[in-house]
Design a protein around this ligand. Structure first.
Ligand SMILES: [Zn+2]
Length: 737
């Protein structure tokens, strides 16, 4: 029963902007004629704002002993350009208010501050928008929180850039670089030439990046929990934006090709959301009648969006210092441990193609034979596409007919063949994953001709998206698709006895919005992450009923998904045009179990070709599991077996934490793993024999390097060791005292 009297009494206890409060940090209004400096201090980090009348601007961020982070604009003689952040900018994407709005349009309605925190409320001078920002400094970490409420009658699509740090400089625009949670990790730069925009999920696999100045930098983490809620009400699309042209285009390939701009370098987070208008909620009349208690600093008549929390850590040292902080901050992410012991020990994944089977006159009875062949490259887990029927009987386009997974390919032997084949592969110690598509359905498949159209992603104009010709794009947040996909996969496990699935596209697809009004998430379109989490949860629930040892791998990388899946498969080297040069995700989460591809050549214009062994060695040194693609399989087989030998002898390489300490060594790639004892990996990624001269940091005391594979030892004197390596050789050592 609603007790009106009690509710009114609670309301009366809320702090009010009008309440007389004489304490130093009370919420107060400001005088339009005065100016003041607001300085927030942590341990060594200092954040300065300036209030000029009703306007608030971020003036400077500085860590003691380091140059200031924001540099003065040559023309404006102030930090940042006026439309560009410091700390916020708004871009209205459509409608009568379309345009870019900077801090000068936000007028303070109330402000509260202490030595380490400022909270300010604003109304906008030309938009029906009210907002609040709160900035807190603790130690050397700045926390940014924001909220914005839309009071326009109609819905509006908005991008909030918050925080947006404009005109940033560490060592200089030609030296500073971006280290991003893009796929398994990338380094891009220099910052002065870079235009980079990536969304989490759908490009970014973790909502974090660093701006690295060589021996110092700052890390940015967007740590909202909205995607984990039971409903999508708090969700918005969040993207890392780092560049010199504002506003940045969404498409990374287009952004990377943009000519160098003059508005940066800037770095920040973009929060995109469709804000519903007041007409959906009854407007002022409804508010006055039932919702107002007359005390709140922001009047919320329409929809609102939360911005952040975003954390900025100003650090000294190499990128691993910031990564250690990120690792700790992201510990709250749940990550599943598979009960399948065979899978925990599996470090290489190979693939087969249905075309290859047809050409060789083989079928599903031959799975043990194919498994034996893949063992020659070091793998005993096989991903098999095209195991289900083609669209038209008598044809061989099994792979195209994505959706009809329940109907096993008669042209490859049918259900009996896959059952017998899987069983025999098991007896030989092999394991089979079947290939399914997580996000697209062939329009002329059975499910494509029945329900898939209703589950498809819809653009704002009512058209269906079609990223691949002839396919429907599934909305991951649509319950019909989730249930059908989950129960179909469970049925396939029951029918065939297969070990699990490789779900293509799932984490490797750009973050899409869905405006389909029939979907249960409507009217909110920014449900991509929330939906992926829901669909993967449903799949896990259903396949576990059939067999709790079922392995689920997704294409792409995404830390949030790891709660329900067992690992991911990524072409990190090729997809990033060989910018996968910092193993950020392996450092943050050893549990990620990403199988990184070995042989695919880079995509995109002007991408350099790498010798095929190079990506494999990079993966091995940094402890990534390996996806042994069909491409280059013959060429890479001997090296694949060598890597497998070391992975078997040193489980630490794929499972242990990457060390924060590095050897100093320019000739070869090395990595240290924090196991007991510590393990060192070394690779010569060149076609010449090399004598590597390694220097260990004082914190890593070692007297002998011992190789478990050939029992050879190498002396370490005064922290230095020399190691001769053949071309393309990979080795690992225990670090013994
Ligand atoms: Zn949808």
């Amino acid at each position: 029963m609603l007790r009106i009297g009690a509710a009114a009494a609670i309301g009366a206890c809320l702090p009010s902007i009008a309440d007389a409060d004489t304490s130093a940090d009370a919420l107060r209004t400001v005088d339009a004629a005065t100016t003041e400096e607001i300085v927030l201090t942590g341990s060594m980090t200092r954040v300065e704002f300036v209030r000029k009348g009703l306007q608030l601007h971020l003036k400077q961020i500085q860590r003691d002993g380091r140059p200031p982070l924001l540099y003065a604009d040559r023309y404006l003689q102030q930090a940042g350009a006026d439309t560009l952040g410091n700390p916020m900018a708004v871009v209205v994407l459509s409608g009568p208010h379309q345009g870019v709005y900077g801090m000068d349009g936000f007028e303070i309605t109330g402000i509260q501050m202490s030595g380490s925190r400022v909270l300010a409320y604003f109304k906008h001078s030309s938009l029906p928008l009210q907002s609040g920002i709160e900035v807190t400094v603790e130690g050397d970490v700045i926390e940014w929180r924001g909220q914005a409420a839309w009071n326009g009658a109609d819905d509006v699509d908005l991008d909030f850039y918050f925080p947006l740090l404009a005109r940033i400089k560490l060592s200089g625009p030609n030296l500073d670089r971006l280290v991003a949670g893009e796929l398994s990790g990338t380094a891009r730069g220099p910052l002065g030439d870079l235009n980079f925009s990536q969304t989490y999920l759908g490009g970014l696999s973790t909502p974090a990046y660093l701006i690295d100045g060589g021996d110092c930098g700052f890390a940015f983490l967007e740590d909202s929990l909205a995607d984990f809620a039971a409903d999508p009400g708090g969700c918005r699309q969040r993207s890392a934006v780092i560049g010199n042209v504002f506003p940045l285009v969404d498409d990374l390939d287009v952004a990377l090709e943009l000519p160098r701009g003059s508005q940066g370098p800037f770095a920040g987070w973009r929060h995109r959301r469709l804000l519903l208008g007041t007409s959906r909620f009854g407007g002022q009349a409804e508010y006055d009648k039932a919702e107002s208690d007359g005390t709140l600093p922001i009047i919320k008549l329409g929809d609102s969006v939360d911005l952040g929390p975003v954390f900025t850590y100003l650090y000294d040292g190499p990128w691993k210092v910031a990564a250690l902080w990120l690792r700790e901050r992201r510990q709250h992410l749940p990550m599943r441990a598979s009960p399948a012991s065979w899978y925990r020990e599996t470090t290489l994944l190979a693939e087969e193609s249905p075309d290859g089977l047809f050409r060789a006159g083989r079928g599903l009875y031959d799975l043990p034979l194919i498994m034996r062949e893949r063992r020659e490259v070091g793998s005993d887990m096989l991903s098999l596409p095209g195991f289900s029927e083609p669209e038209i009987m008598g044809t061989q386009k099994n792979m195209l007919n994505r959706g009809d997974y329940f109907y096993t390919a008669e042209n490859l032997g049918g259900l009996e063949a896959v059952r017998r084949g899987v069983e025999a592969a098991h007896r030989e110690g092999g394991h089979i994953l079947l290939y399914v598509e997580g996000l697209i359905v062939w329009k002329r498949s059975r499910i494509g001709r029945s329900k898939a159209r209703d589950w498809a992603l819809m653009n704002a104009d009512g058209s269906l998206t079609e990223n691949y010709k002839g396919f429907f794009d599934m909305c991951p947040a649509e319950k019909g698709w989730q249930d059908w996909f989950a129960t179909t996969l469970a049925d396939v496990v029951r029918e065939t006895g297969v070990d699990g699935f490789f779900m293509d596209s799932m984490l490797a697809t750009d973050n899409h919005r869905c405006f389909n009004p029939k979907h249960s998430h409507a009217p909110q379109p920014d449900i991509w992450n929330w939906g992926l989490r829901q669909v993967l949860r449903r799949v896990r629930e259903e396949v576990d009923k059939a067999n709790p040892n079922t392995i689920l791998l997704c294409e792409g990388v995404g830390d949030m998904a790891r709660e329900f899946i067992d690992g991911t498969l990524s072409h990190g080297h090729a997809w990033t045009r060989m910018n996968f040069t910092v193993p950020l995700l392996r450092f943050l989460h050893p549990q990620m179990r990403t199988f990184e591809a070995w042989g695919m050549q880079p995509h995109g214009r002007n991408a350099p070709l790498w010798p095929v062994a190079k990506p494999l060695l990079w993966n091995a040194v940094n402890g990534y599991r390996v996806f042994a693609e069909l491409e280059s399989q013959e060429q890479l087989a001997p090296l694949g077996r060598m890597v497998r030998k070391y992975f078997d002898m040193y489980p630490e390489i794929c499972d242990a934490q990457v060390s924060a300490f590095d050897t100093a060594c320019v000739e070869v790639w090395t990595q240290i793993f924090e196991s007991l004892p510590r393990v060192l990996t070394v690779a010569n990624a060149t076609e010449k024999p090399i004598t590597a001269r390694m220097t260990f940091p004082q914190t890593v005391q070692t007297g002998i390097l011992f190789d478990r594979c050939d029992q050879r030892t190498i002396s370490v004197r005064f922290g230095k060791a020399e190691l001769s390596l053949d071309p393309w050789e990979f080795r690992a050592f225990e670090l013994r005292p």
